[in-house]
Design a binder for this molecule. Structure first.
Ligand SMILES: Nc1ncnc2c1ncn2[C@@H]1O[C@H](COP(=O)(O)OP(=O)(O)OP(=O)(O)O)[C@@H](O)[C@H]1O
Ligand SMILES: Nc1nc2c(c(=O)[nH]1)N=C(CO)CN2
Ligand SMILES: [Mg+2]
Length: 206
């Protein structure tokens, strides 16, 4: 999704969660200052013309691993659930709130880490980004610039799906998504409701 199309949705999301755009913009500048490369071509090569499976971190994920096909995109902590079961994702979309040393090791082994900077994760961006030695891509939910991309989407799972569409996946599948999960806090419920609305715009009825 182009930023012009994303921006009105983004403004609505900011108002819904009472997040501030200035914080997101500052976070994007911090991330830009820490990135010495842009591995978007490698991410595109994994996705363009391929079937892609986006793995969310709902409790059902371990039971759905057999359904994974094609390129594996993990949403944040879903990466660890997969790794514990012998699946190293091709890319992990993360705002780093679920980051552990397992992510550093995956990245060293070749997993592309798509680091998302926003107004509430600046310390995490500062701490973790310099530790990744493997392929990295930087994203923002505000306006893109330089090495900082915005393909649309808000939370880690829906951003992965928007990226898959933007980079030319032929099919996008989902495992580990339960957007009606009642075992989450109210903010997370809001994020899952937004995920449903945003994914519907891509034609996915979750
Ligand atoms: N029931 C669910 N619980 C958690 N995540 C889910 C669920 N269903 C789908 N997902 C997807 O899995 C992704 C990764 O989950 P995780 O709990 O690591 O979330 P997150 O996006 O890092 O959340 P946040 O950063 O808001 O705390 C979510 O972004 C969401 O798109
Ligand atoms: N400002 C802000 N932006 C976000 C946040 C958040 O908590 N704060 N959480 C997200 C979910 O991955 C995505 N974007
Ligand atoms: Mg996260």
């Amino acid at each position: 999704m182009k930023f012009e199309e994303w921006e009105p949705l983004y403004e609505e999301i900011l108002a819904y969660f009472a997040f501030e755009r200035e914080g997101d913009e500052e976070a994007a500048r911090v991330l830009a200052g820490l990135l010495s490369r842009d591995d978007l071509p490698a991410l595109r090569a994994l996705i363009e013309g391929k079937t892609v499976t986006v793995c969310g971190n709902a409790p059902c994920l371990p039971d759905e691993i057999e359904e994974i096909e094609g390129t594996v995109l993990a949403a944040d902590a879903a990466a660890e659930v997969l790794a514990a079961r012998g699946v190293r994702p091709d890319a992990v979309f993360t705002d780093l709130d679920g980051a552990t040393d397992v992510l550093i090791e995956m990245n060293r082994a070749g997993t592309i880490v798509v680091v998302h900077a926003h107004g509430d994760n600046i310390p995490l961006v500062r701490n973790w980004t310099p530790r990744f030695v493997g392929p990295l891509v930087g994203t923002t939910q505000a306006a893109p610039f330089g090495r900082i991309h915005n393909f649309g989407g808000f939370s880690d799972g829906d951003r992965a799906a928007f990226t898959a569409h933007a980079l030319g996946a032929t099919a996008v599948r989902f495992v580990g998504f339960d957007l009606d999960d009642t075992g989450v806090d109210p903010v997370k419920r809001g994020k899952l409701a937004w995920a449903r609305r945003l994914l519907a715009l891509l034609g996915h009825d979750l």
